[in-house]
Design a protein around this ligand. Sequence first.
Ligand SMILES: Cc1ncc(CN)c(N)n1
Length: 195
Amino acid sequence: MLKTQLQPIQEKWLAQIKRLPFLQGLQQGHLSQITRDFYVAQDEYYIAHFMAVTEQIKALPATNDETLDEGDAHLGLNPSPDWVNCAITDESKAYVYFLESGPKTDDVVQLLRTIPCAESYYLLALSMQNQPHGHQYQAWIDYYTSPAYQDAVTRYLATLQELVEARGFSLQANELAIYEKGYQFEFSFWEQCPD
Ligand SMILES: Cc1ncc(CN)c(N)n1
């Protein structure tokens, strides 16, 4: 039931994200240095906040996430030392504000805010796997398709499933709207990256 509710939203936004110039460049291995630096700067900022939010989700079982450091994925894009000089955009700040806003007491809502972030990268990277001649950004793809990252995504979805089953009613329209908003922010985050 959960999958039936989430999948149409997920598929709609992933299709739009894949068409964006940055994703096309990522897929084809043709991103400029400036573009990669810009992305890494925005994402370092984003991830720091994302990690803090997920640590507050009480229902998420504690795991050994030592193998997960998204800095490794960034290295796969070969940023220059100049990435630290890129200003953080209003779009990136708005996404972080969305993650951090709202009551912290409802784990269902908090998971719905964060799952688009976790699952979309896994699904995007999966779609870039198996290029005939290897990939320019193979380390980025490998990071987001790794068993450790996949386990984290599975853990988020399984926890949401358990919480929804335990409360005895399926996701409501206002909750699905939060999940969709998360995907909208994912889209805007990628859209802002120059090609
Ligand atoms: C904006 C964003 N969304 C998702 C991810 C993958 N955790 C990320 N690194 N950055």
